[in-house]
Write a protein that binds this ligand. Structure first.
Ligand code: ZN
Length: 73
C-alpha cells in the first residue's frame, strides 16, 4: 500500500515539474522563426522586388523575380 502512495507522490511531483517546465517555456519569447534564416534575399534587377536567391530567375550576373522580368530586361 505504501508503495502506491510513494508512486502517486512521485507522479504528482513529476507532473508539477513538468507543468513548471511548460510555464517557463511559455514565458520565453517566441523565436522569430520566419526571420531566423530564410535564405538569402536578392532584389530583382528589373522591378526591385525581393525574392529568395534560390527561387530567383538568373541571367548572367543578374537576378529576377520572375521569368517576365528576366525576358523584359
Ligand atoms: Zn521583377
Amino acid at each position: 500500500m505504501l508503495r502506491w502512495i510513494v508512486l502517486a507522490l512521485m507522479f504528482y511531483w513529476l507532473w508539477k515539474l513538468w507543468q513548471r517546465a511548460g510555464r517557463i517555456h511559455q514565458r520565453r519569447p517566441k523565436k522569430p522563426q520566419a526571420f531566423q534564416k530564410p535564405g538569402e534575399m536578392i532584389a530583382c534587377t528589373k522591378c526591385g522586388v525581393y525574392v529568395l536567391k534560390e527561387s530567383a530567375m538568373r541571367k548572367g550576373e543578374h537576378f529576377f523575380c520572375s521569368d517576365t522580368c528576366r525576358r523584359e530586361s
